[in-house]
Design a protein around this ligand. Sequence first.
Ligand code: HEM
Length: 517
Amino acid sequence: MTVNDATTIPIITSPQHLLVIGVFAFLSWYLCSAIYTAYFDSLSKYPGPKLWATSRIPSQRSVVSGHHHHDMLALHKQYGNTVRVGPNELAFFSPEGFKDIYTKRAGHKLPPKDRSHYPLPPNGVDNIVTANDEAYHARHRRLLGYAFSEKALKEQEPILQGYVDLFVARLRDQAARGPVDIKSFFNFVIFDITGDLMFGESFGCLEESKLHPWVELFFSAAKAYSYLIAVSQFPWVKSILEPLIPRKVVQEGLDHFKLTAEKVDKRLAMKTERPDIISFALRNGMREGHGLLASESEKTMSRAEMHSNAYVMIAAGSEEPATHLSGCMYYLLVHPQSLNRLTHEIRTTFASETDITMSAVANLPFLAAVIEESFRIYSPFVTSLTRVVPKGGDTIAGEYVPEGTIVAAHLYASFHSPNNFASPESFLPERWLGTDARFKNDRRDVLHPASLGPRGCIGKALGYAEIRLVLSKLLWNFDLELCDESRNWVHQEVYIIWDKPALMVRLRDRRVAGKGY
Ligand code: HEM
């Protein structure tokens, strides 16, 4: 056959063959780049599954399956303390990883947050959680921080005590009627407290014994949000899929934000001295416009910034303590020895219920140990807080990591790691008492359930105070027993937050049971 032979022309130009050649070329390119990425690029020295190194699909598949926390633990056990979990992503599981990624080290820049995991709220205005600009974040942190000082917390104690007493009263009503979903009551009391501290009025969850629509929407959106973040890891897919999101879902998100903004505006219109978050944050006044005036930039927040902060803080401030309480209660109920020891500590330390104050419950050693162990075994924040290595690269956990790499310490996997804790799958509050030789090699400095450093939790002290008060007053007033249907409660999936089913318990009111106090 000659070059000019007419039969060769249709072979090359037929659409089918062009398609075959195109697909072949694409696959060859993909294969070569996958081999290069997995075996030769700058992260190839890090261990990890080769499939995860070549594409973000396996890791995001794991996220949307709800089992990412288990997968990360399995990868850590197989590959060690630093694992490559994506073409451009490393996961860390050691105390050094936490310290190097999240704290400000002399001579190092603080790695900024990975934007794809921290989308802006619907008004497009950064808040304390999403902000990456250091000065912008520092201003928000300072202004909101007043509300979380020790002094502010003392002033807020009557508000907290009022809701915890209402929580006990509501449980007392329910206890007489049969088993109770205690998880819901933990949500009611914590969301009511945060709502009050933020908006100057509670969500009324305890009053109604049901979730306010705002809170319900928050829980129902968690799964969709988890999918959205997974899709955001593939920007080209995101732009195709975004227009396909049903209008109803988009509208619900907008309504959620609108309701927050309305509640903030209602609180702003109140003339009050109450020690809530808004009073403290706006102690220097508020700007109506969003642009920064030089003279105001250090001292004030705009209305739009307040909307944005309220939107994120209700969720951040409520979900975590409420989830901790549910996990803690479950583990206590399936470990009667620990439950008895804690109950005994509470009932023998205080002479009457009025002695159960915020400062008094901070001094109970076994309660403190139970709280830490619950944070370890059932961390409310489950997965990872992603950051991006700044320009010039950096050393993390002793190894150089190139700039632009996404890095994160994984909470659940680090807290369940046999490298960090003896018997990591067992609930053993004793490990935090510092007296048991079995735990002398535990790496307690890996436990950062509320993160650390300049972006660590601003509300940690408030969260701990809520948890201590709720647990102490609950165990002071009631004997609890787990219902059979909740025996396997802890086997849950994670979609950003734990997908928690009802936690059914039987409550015996100590007053009615004649045990008196
Ligand atoms: C004790 C339970 C709590 C836990 C386990 C917890 C967990 C966390 C974690 C892991 C972060 C880091 C988030 C990130 O890096 O993206 C964080 C930040 C934050 N938390 Fe909490 N949190 C708790 C209680 C609270 C409470 C009660 C509030 C407020 C009412 C709150 C408000 C915030 C805020 C505003 C941030 C952002 C701080 C910043 O970036 O400067 N948290 N929390």
